[in-house]
Design a binder for this molecule. Structure first.
Ligand code: SF4
Length: 361
């Protein structure tokens, strides 16, 4: 399949790997920001094949995993209101909140429906005019345009029973927050491909400029990632960090203008609560005042107990890149995909699920 097969070519991968080994003379600590990259790296065993000096750490780029327990608790509280239908992506169902999960709430008769897009959620709203339909809007800049489009469509079509619990998050500000925390001394970041299709590569330019950290935007196939590692190692070896794009077939420097305008029409930048990191100013999207009647947090009154983290779960440390799933005492014994303790074992992009599935020892 064009644009996929050639990025899985083993012979080409061996050549790139040989080049990386040739140019690598000093330690290079890299973070793959995105959960999709973590899964691809684990699935193809790339981590073990890289030269010993090239270290790869997973970052916080899994939308389900970084959703704070307090926000999951809000979704569950909304689900318990009368005449409310919750619509959500399937990954969210099994994520444990502080006291329950959406799956448990559904077992207790809450009306919670799995959708594949905001269009599905809008359709549920149209088909159930006497109910309030709330879409759980998690995700990064990748999904924010479709959430914005759904709000605009509801406005234009006069759909009055559609609401969004807006939990959208922004990637460059959380990269800045991680760098400011200073827990990790990173040399390079593999920047997220899908997010960058929307925002372009320019929003990362502060990273090499202010932090001296190399950045390459990568696609998701093994060769995409290897080429990105090669570009990062070259930047690190020459001491000239900058932002480069290895994912040229999807990303340009300026991003997708239509999607950015759409996002800006509906949302403004606000604070967001990140699991393991906390509330970070200007790292999320909130619905603008003009469209606030679609904002579930403003339209409904709910009370939630103070949030608490699952005992023994180190998802927060894993999302900050300071620990790996194998450091968790609960990994694979108490915490499994069937009985997840934390979100990193639930999500298809979660590190713990990837380590579990692809057999890292
Ligand atoms: Fe949390 Fe389970 Fe991962 Fe441990 S293995 S960090 S409990 S999700």
């Amino acid at each position: 399949m064009k644009y996929i097969d050639e990025f899985r070519d083993v012979e080409l991968a061996k050549k790139v790997m040989a080049r990386i080994k040739q140019i690598s003379t000093r330690p290079a600590r890299l973070m793959e920001f995105c959960g999709g990259h973590t899964v691809s790296i684990m699935r193809s065993g790339l981590r073990q094949l890289l030269p010993p000096g090239v270290e790869m750490l997973s970052g916080p780029g899994c939308p389900v995993c970084v959703t704070a327990n307090a926000d999951i608790d809000k979704a569950i509280a909304l689900a318990s209101l009368p005449d409310v239908i919750i619509s959500t992506f399937g990954d969210m169902m099994k994520v444990p909140g502080s006291y329950s999960s959406l799956q448990q709430a559904r077992a207790e008769e809450a009306d919670i429906r799995i959708v594949y897009s905001t269009q599905d959620a809008l359709q549920i709203a149209k088909s159930n005019p006497t109910k309030s339909v709330i879409f759980i809007g998690i995700g990064f800049e990748t999904t924010a345009p479709t959430i914005a489009a759904s709000i605009l469509q509801a406005e234009n079509e006069g759909i009055k029973n559609y609401f969004v619990l807006c939990l959208s998050k922004l990637c460059p500000p959380i990269m800045k927050a991680l760098l400011d925390l200073g827990e990790l001394k990173l040399d390079g970041i593999i920047c997220p491909g899908h997010v960058s299709v929307i925002i372009g590569s320019r929003p990362y330019e502060f990273i090499p400029r202010e932090y001296g950290v190399a950045c390459v935007v990568s696609g998701f196939e093994p060769l995409d990632i290897l080429l990105s590692v090669e570009m990062l190692v070259k930047q690190i070896e020459t001491g000239k960090p900058k932002v480069e794009i290895a994912y040229r077939r999807g990303v340009n420097p300026q991003g997708n203008k239509t999607a950015l305008v759409l996002m800006d029409t509906i949302f403004e930048v606000g604070s967001a609560d990140w699991r393991g990191i906390g509330v970070v100013p200007a790292s999320g999207l909130v619905i603008r005042k003009k469209f606030e009647r679609f904002d579930a947090e403003k339209a409904f009154s709910i009370t939630v107990q103070p949030a608490k983290e699952p005992k023994g779960c180190i998802c927060g440390d894993i999302l900050r890149g300071v620990k790996i799933p194998l450091d968790c005492k609960l990994f694979r014994n108490v915490c499994t995909p069937e009985h997840p303790v934390g979100p990193c074992m639930v999500s298809s992009e979660g590190s713990c699920a990837a380590y579990n599935q692809y057999g890292a020892e």
